[in-house]
Design a binder for this molecule. Structure first.
Ligand code: ZN
Length: 432
């Protein structure tokens, strides 16, 4: 598959989503999901404001049409139409004249990057405000300003998207990504694009696991979903939170709370054999929605595979996290890594050697010549010996891959050939 082409397509999808002002609720999320639904059959859920979700309550819905600051000469000096980052996300409406001193209490800037606009939110405390470059803030004259925010905070809904892909078993692989950030690319239009392209690709494949893709606002979205789906949660056997997958940095994997689940081992295996540098991070109760999925009452095997983790790139939550910061090549590479991880999870079965007393004679079954001419002929032969020796009903193919030091793809292919020759049979085959 030409994954470079996929990175370019993902980049184009991000470009379409970039101008939309998203938040944890509101029409920006609906518009975003509508665009994603052109690629995958997304179910859109609307959860009313005031709905209790464990210790939280679904907030009032926020929508915004326009916002600006005008100076004493009537010139728009800060304009929402130019960048939606200019408005404190979830700002209450306001229309009045303010003096500079009062205005400054509602302005946010980044002194360390004086040309960038920061991304700030005030979801759970009613406030109004604007974000602007530090350079502009410093240049404001001591006079009166017109501030105008045409927004609404009203009873409405929290909107999220869900795509459930039925596999051979009801055991699930959960993929969750957050939809609540406005014009910011790595965090997290890259996550939206990658989830969409993975879902679209998996939709065309025969799958062992069922896959559930969630496109939800961060924190309140996962809490709401968990509170509405508590009885389904026991089906989740593996999961990944997708965010920050388009920057040029190396891949990072944040482990699950349990730390040694199958998804942890699958991701670490893929990264280790990628031939590229990577980082492994221990679980911490900070970050994205893995915090909710990994709360002690759920403790789900949810890891997070990203490139540079949130907060570790200077462009994070600023206007510099733009379309130039994310690269088609990086998106392609992230896509490939995710597909490899899914391939490991899909094929990580446990087998029994049907001829366990001494080695079976591989030559007479044509197994030695099976891989003849392949570039890595010797490694395939070695993989067969490893699979035969360790297929004792206790070791899975991933166990064997790790123990042998061979990439999973070799072990998988060797196992498939041995199954064809009836030298292997699946131990405890699962049925849906
Ligand atoms: Zn963020």
């Amino acid at each position: 598959m030409d994954t470079n082409f996929i990175g370019t397509e993902m980049h184009q999808l991000m470009e379409e989503l970039y101008p939309i002002c998203r938040s944890i609720t509101g029409n920006g999320v609906r518009q975003t999901l509508k665009i994603l639904a052109k690629h995958i059959p997304l179910d859109v859920h609307e959860i009313p404001s005031g709905t209790q979700a464990f210790d939280w309550v679904v907030p009032r819905e926020w929508n915004i049409r326009d916002a600006y600051i005008k100076n004493a000469r009537g010139e728009k000096i800060v304009d929402f139409q130019i960048s939606n980052l200019h408005v404190l996300n979830y700002s209450a409406p306001i229309k009045r004249k303010v003096k500079l001193a009062e205005l400054k209490e509602h302005l946010f800037s980044l002194p360390e990057h004086e040309d960038w606009i920061p991304h700030r939110t005030s979801y759970y405390r009613e406030n109004w405000g604007f974000c602007l470059s530090h350079r502009q803030l410093e240049s404001l004259e001591d006079s009166e300003y017109d501030v105008f925010i045409d927004s609404s905070l009203e009873d409405g809904h929290l909107t999220y998207g869900e795509y459930y892909l039925k596999g051979e078993t009801t055991d699930e692989f959960l993929i969750s990504t957050h939809t609540c950030h406005p014009s910011l690319c790595n965090d997290n239009l890259s996550g939206l694009a990658l989830s969409t392209y993975l879902a679209s690709a998996l939709g065309k494949m025969e799958l062992r696991y069922s896959y559930r893709f969630l496109f939800i606002p961060s924190t309140i979205g996962s809490i709401t979903w968990l509170s509405l789906n508590e009885e389904r949660v026991s089906n989740i056997k593996h999961g990944l939170v997708i965010a920050c997958v388009g920057d040029p940095g190396k891949m990072h994997y944040k482990k699950t709370r349990r730390g040694n689940t199958e998804i942890d081992r699958a991701v670490e295996h893929v990264l280790k054999h990628s031939g590229q540098d990577y980082g492994i991070l221990e679980f911490s109760p900070y970050g994205y929605d893995e915090r909710q999925y990994s709360s002690p009452g759920f403790n789900l095997p949810m890891g997070s595979l990203s490139r540079t983790p949130h907060g570790r790139f200077p462009e994070y939550h600023t206007s510099a996290d733009n379309m130039d910061f994310v690269k088609a090549d990086s998106l392609s590479d992230s896509y490939s890594k995710y597909m490899e991880v899914i391939d490991v999870i899909e094929h990580n079965k446990t087998y029994l050697n049907t001829n366990p007393k001494c080695e079976p004679q591989l030559g007479k079954r044509g197994l030695y010549s099976m891989f003849g001419g392949k570039r890595d002929e010797n490694r395939y032969e070695l993989a067969m010996l490893w699979v035969l020796n360790f297929s004792d009903g206790a070791c899975s193919l991933l166990d064997i891959a790790d123990r042998s030091g061979l990439p999973f793809s070799f072990i998988k292919e060797a196992a498939a050939k041995l199954v064809d020759c009836r030298l292997l049979t699946e131990a405890n085959p699962r049925h849906a």
